[in-house]
Design a protein around this ligand. Sequence first.
Ligand code: IVH
Length: 671
Amino acid sequence: MPQPDKKIIERVKELRDKINYHNYRYYVLDSPEISDAEYDRLFDELSELEKKYPELITPDSPTQRVGPAPLEEFKTVRHTLAMLSLNKATSERELLDFHRRVQELSGISENEIKYTAEPKFDGLAVEVIYHGGVLTTGATRGDGLVGEDVTLNLRTVKSIPLKLLGNEIPELIEVRGEVIMNKEDFARLNKEREKAGEPLFANPRNAAAGSVRQLDPRITSTRPLNMFAYGIGRIEGKTLTNHWETLLYLKKLGFRVSQYTELCTNIDQVRAYYKKILEIRNDLPYEIDGIVIKVNDFDLQHKLGELSRSPRWAVAWKFPPQQENTVVKDIIVSVGRTGALTPVAILEPVRVGGVEVSRATLHNEDEVKKKDIRIGDTVLVQRAGDVIPEVVKVIKSKRTGKEKVFTMPERCPVCGSKVERLEGEAVHRCTGMACPAQIKENLAHFASKGAMDIDGLGFKFLEQLVDKRIIKDPADLYFLKNEDLMKMDRMGDKLAENLLNAIDKSRKPDLTSLIYALGIRNVGYHLAGVLAKNFKSIDNLAGQSVEDLKRIHEIGPIVAESIYNFFHNPKNLKILEKLKKGGVKFPVEEEGPEQKPLSGQTFVLTGSLESFTRDEARRIIESMGGRVSSSVSKNTDFVVVGKDPGSKYDRAMSLGIKTLNEDEFKKMVGQ
Ligand code: IVH
C-alpha cells in the first residue's frame, strides 16, 4: 500500500477544512462562497486521496457522513444532564404568571430580568456531543434521561458540523437542538412517496422524526434535514455566563442558530416578539408552534432551578393550534368540470391558525369511509400552511348515536343523471352530458387565463348564461349577441360591448391555449404545450391513435386514452365544428424549431410573487417558449425569486445561477 508523504497529509487536512468550511457557508449560513462544481471538485479530490491512503480517513472527514450499513436497532444513550421539557403558556395571562414567579423566586425586580426569546421549532429534539471539537455522539431526547444513539443518522445532517469551527474549541460540549424538515421539502418528499406507493408522513415533524429514527443512515442521508441549535448540556474548557452568549458561541462553532432569536430586556418586548413571530409564522419555511422564553442569566437560571422535568427559568408560549375541533353540519357533494363528485364537509365555522374554516374537502367516498366521518360528528380539522383544510379524524368519544352515515348519491345532485364509479377509479362521476354543474365548470375553464382568456367572463356570469339557457357549451359564446347579454342581471350597454369585444379577441388563440381550453381530462397547460409542439394543429392531434400519442415523451397511457376519447366523442367533435363556425381560428404551427423569446430557457420559481400566482407565472413563461422546472440544477437559466424564497434560492446562489426578482422577471416577460 502506498505511504502518504507529508505533502499529501497536509493536502488532505487542507481539503477537509475547506470542505467543512464551505459546508458551513452553504448549510448553516445560507451563503455559499463557491459553486457546487467547485465544491464537488474538492470533495472528489479528498475522496480519491482517502481511497488511496485509507489510513488518512478520520471520523470528522466530510466523506464520512454516511455510514456503511443499516443498523439492527439503536443503542441507548443516557444523557449526563437530563434533557428537560418545557412548561407551557397558552395565553398572555399565563406568560405573566411565569414572569411573576420568576420575580418572586429570584427576588429580582421586574425590569431587571432579561429573557431570550426564540421560535419553538416543531421537530425532534436531539443532542450532539463533541470531544476535542469532533462529533462523537448524536442522540434523540427520548424520555429526557435516556435517548437513542442516532449518531450515524445525525452525521448525515449537513447543518450539524462533524468538526467544530473557530479557535475557541471546548474540550467537551453537548449541543442541543431541534431537527426539522422544511415545509417545501416535506411536500416534495411526500409527493415522491406517493408516486412510489409508500405511506405518507402526516406532517414535517413526523417526517423529520421518522428520518432521524431510521435504521438505515443511507436513507436518512437522502432526507432534507436541518438542525437549529438552541442550547447546551455539559461544557468543559469554556465558560459561558448567559444564554445569549451561548447562542452566539454556538454560531461561532458552526451551528445554525435562529436569526429570529431576540434578547428582551422587559416583558413587553417578549409580548411584541410573540406577536411578531405569530404574524410571520406561516411565511417561515419550517413549522413552529410557539415561542420559547428563557431567563438569560445562567446564575439566575440555577437559582430558579427546575421542577420535576421542566425548568422554572423557561416557558413555551404556544401559538393557537392549527388544528381545532368542530362539528360536521352536513356533507354535500360538489360536481366538477369532468363530472367528478367530491364530498365536502360543511363545518360549524371555526378559526384554525387564524383563518376561518367552514368547509373541508373529503376527497372521495373511500376517504369518508376510511375515516368514518358522519354528519353530526365532532371532528379534528387542520390547516397546514396554505393547504386546503382537511378533516384529520373523528372524535369518536363525542358521538351521541344520532350521527348520520354518508352515502354517495345515486343521482347527480345538480342534473339528476345517474352517477357511476368506474372500476379502479376512486371517484364517482355524473354521466349527464348536459349537467349544468359540469357545463358551468367547463365554461369557466374554457374562458380562464391560460385558456381562451376571455376578460370579464367570470363564474357568476357564466352561471347566469347557463341558468337562463342562453348557452350550453363553450362554442355558444361565439354566437352571443348584444340582446342575449341584455337578458342578464345588471347588464348595461357598455359592459355588454366590453364582453363581446373580449369574446371576439379570443377568436385567435395560440394552439397551446386552445388545446388547454378544450378541457381534455388530464391535460393541463403544460401537456397542452407538449401536444401543440408535437402535433402542430388540432386536426392533426385529433387524428392520432393511442399508440401514436403514447410515443410522445411525457404522455402516458392514461393521458393518451383521455386525448383519444375526447376526439372520438361525437359531442366534442360537434363543439369543435361549432367553434370554427363561430369564427375561432384553429392555428396551425409552423414546422421547424419554434423560436419564441424564451425558447430554450429553463426557469425555476421560488417564493411567492405579488403580481401572479405560480400557475400564472408558469403559463407566461411557457407561452413565451420557456420551460419551468421544479428544481434548480446546473441546467437552470433563471431562478425567479419571490417573497420568502425556499431552499431553491440557496441552491441557485451556490450554483451561481442568475436570479430575477419580481420586477426583473416582469420586465423580461413584458408585463
Ligand atoms: S429549550 C429546558 N428551545 O420543545 C429547555 N426547546 O417541550 C429545553 N423545542 O424537547 C428545551 N424549540 O424539542 C428549547 N428554541 C427551543 C425549542 C425547544 C423547540 C422543543 C424541544 C423540547 C421541547 C420542550
